[in-house]
Design a protein around this ligand. Sequence first.
Ligand SMILES: Cc1cc2nc3c(=O)[nH]c(=O)nc-3n(C[C@H](O)[C@H](O)[C@H](O)COP(=O)(O)O)c2cc1C
Length: 362
Amino acid sequence: MSLASLLDNLTIPILQAPMAGASFDAMAIAVSEAGAMGSLAAASVAPAEMAGAVAAMRAGTDAPFAVNLLMAPAARPDPARVDAALARLAPWYAELGAPLPAFPNRFAHDFDAQLDALTRAAPPVASFSFSILTRDQVDALHAAGSLVVGTANTVAEARAWAQVGADGICAQGFEAGGHHAYFLEDIETSSVGTLALVATVLAAVDLPVIAAGGIMDGRGVAAALALGASAVQMGSAFLLADEALIGPTWRQAIADAPQDSTRLTRAFSGRYARGIENRFIRDMRAVQDEVPAYPVQNRLTQALRAAADQAGDPQMMSLWAGQAVTLARAGEAGEMVRLWWTQAQAATQALATRMDRGAPDP
Ligand SMILES: Cc1cc2nc3c(=O)[nH]c(=O)nc-3n(C[C@H](O)[C@H](O)[C@H](O)COP(=O)(O)O)c2cc1C
């Protein structure tokens, strides 16, 4: 089946965004069972665990689902840079009374091994962020029976994914919460709003486009579909779901978030990501260009973020969230997608009524 038909056959053309650290199989299964499509965030799944994680999805639902990997580059950082980065983080660790980590022997799972395991597990859809697969890797996923979605922040990235044979593009706008997928240009060139990105990607590539970034309810779903997207991908809208894995401090930070309070930061992970602004983001802003690139800085701050979460201190946690996060509401994930689809239908009806009225007589 093509990705276009798969998306067209969904009762509800909403994809739950994979959210490493914030969602896993319970949310993905609930969303797929509701007639939309869940995504398993598999970035932190070790290669040896991949088959089991995909089997758990298959056991939970007969409906289609996606599995997502973040394409972390192999990290062999200069030890002196790692020591300097740790020295910069030392006062933050000390403030929490947490030990400064030793030099890690691994910064992230080996992506090639994760990809091999994922290809063998053959999920219905495999989606990727942060870089691009080779044509051979895409061909192997196709041969195994998986459809491939590549995430793009620019038209050039969408074209690159089309050239390696991807089945569809997840067009991730600047509004989006969490890490941004850019891989060809710098963050400034890659900061395109969802509305502009979806329209220009649709004009440039002949593939189904999934709109992501800033879509929080049925009005956003209707707007993206009207623009020509085949489906939407929503992340922040699920952060307060019962199935979300975030703890009480992150949930409270979302509930308390002032309007316009998210920022793009490189300080936590060495790759730009959007989250609710806190003291760590503010105080590290001046030096964020100097921290080691993802996944090194991400690994070095991992224990700090965990200790802050444990201590209930939101000022040193990566509170990933999109620009419209103040619209997030609590609920059960399956009920949420059904509600958003009802809202999308109502928004479309209201617009159709407005259209039918036509132009006023001159
Ligand atoms: C907490 C969080 C974690 C995320 N983790 C991932 C991930 O593991 N893989 C990925 O491709 N995208 C990830 N994203 C980005 C989403 O796929 C999506 O692009 C984004 O949530 C859309 O914007 P929105 O948050 O405004 O809905 C994450 C987003 C959030 C908020």
